[in-house]
Design a protein. Structure first.
Length: 354
């Protein structure tokens, strides 16, 4: 079968490898769709990050590893000891594999697992015709959720966790910085959880339009005028109670400071690659809190799937970006997302069939 293997930075290879065989408690899955995540792009541009360079303590794997972690498919074979799934089941896969034994796992803090492995990182993922996954990672797809929509459960789970960690109350005034896939899903999650107003700051016009289509109260280009004064005018001087920083740049974090008010909370969801200078004096004087939010735990993945199932979240406008074949994943996937017109893409979905 074909698989996209992550060797190192700028060295991802589409290769022919043997189909995997499920071990006990594992299912073999025929991959239908798999999204390209910002973390895959980071791995391509400046890896290795997710892919271990020496044997991973849980899986024993190291580069090259098959990438791809936002995926859905159909079970074709099951290993021993699996009773709740059978061949033919449509599933979405939670790519995180907690050990369930360490100090953090025993407290349910699975994303902080000391030996956490992820399919498409420290285990083979789904940019391939087939993959295998542990049964605790499998979730049956409700009939009305398509394979394409299901690929959004993974990034959406990150938004669910961030909103939960923010302690957001119904009626809150919220800002989302960055309207890429994570920002757009966070916007919708905040609305679904009762935010009364969500203002979006984004430099790319088509993404601002998308944000408004998906329910943003208003969207702005942060390079125009004075964003801090703008938000103050819209909120009787109080500014935002919660700011979700989904861009991952130094300027976005400074923007988060100017948009947030007294006693506010800033959720760091973007991934800054460099150390950032930040005015902690403002944080102190206004008693602001910064909370990092990374990934999700098992219940949050299930909540994300439920949100898609009961249409709390619309994935379709985000999905219009592009759908490509695994054969074209380098040229029409990674090169597009790292090239000069990368902002014209939102989410790219990949299928091995076609
Ligand atoms: Zn992802
Ligand atoms: Zn653990």
């Amino acid at each position: 079968m074909q698989a996209l293997r992550y060797y190192r930075q700028k060295d991802f290879r589409l290769e022919n490898i043997d189909e995997p065989t499920p071990k006990a408690n594992e299912a073999k899955i025929k991959v239908k769709w798999c999204g390209i995540c910002g973390s895959d792009v980071q791995e391509y541009l400046s890896g290795p990050k997710m892919v271990p360079t020496k044997p991973h303590p849980q899986t024993g794997m190291s580069a090259p590893v098959t990438g791809g972690h936002e995926f859905s498919g159909e079970i074709t074979e099951i290993g021993d000891n699996i009773s709740s799934f059978s061949p033919g089941d449509r599933v979405v896969v939670r790519p995180t594999m907690p050990c369930y034994q360490c100090h953090y796992c025993r407290q349910g803090r699975f994303i902080q697992c000391q030996v956490l492995a992820t399919l498409g990182g420290a285990a083979h993922g789904a940019f391939a015709d087939f993959t295998v996954a542990r049964d605790d990672c499998l979730y049956k797809l409700p009939d009305n959720v398509s394979f394409e929509q299901a690929t959004y459960a993974e990034p959406l789970a990150c938004a669910v966790r961030a909103v939960q960690r923010s302690g957001m109350q119904a009626g809150a005034t919220v800002v989302v910085i960055g309207a890429g896939p994570i920002g757009l899903l966070t916007l919708q999650t905040a609305l679904a959880c009762g935010a009364s107003k969500v203002y979006v700051f984004e430099t790319v016009e088509i993404r601002r339009k998308l944000a408004e289509e998906l329910g943003a109260t208003a969207s702005f280009d942060p390079r125009e005028g004075s964003p801090g004064k703008l938000i103050a005018n819209l909120t009787s001087g109080r500014r935002a109670e919660i700011v979700f920083e989904c861009a991952g740049t130094a300027s976005a974090l400074l923007l988060a400071d100017s948009l947030s008010g007294r006693g506010s909370t800033i959720l760091q969801m973007g991934v800054p690659n460099e150390p950032v200078e930040f005015p902690f004096y403002n944080l102190f004087m206004r008693e602001k809190t910064i909370i990092a939010s990374q990934g999700y735990v098992n219940d949050q993945f299930k909540t994300a799937l439920d949100f898609i199932d009961n249409s709390k979240i619309s994935c379709d406008p985000i999905m219009t970006s592009s759908k490509i074949s695994l054969n074209d994943i380098i040229e029409k996937g990674f090169e597009q997302l790292t090239g000069s017109n990368s902002h014209s893409h939102c989410k790219i979905l990949v299928t091995p069939q076609g």
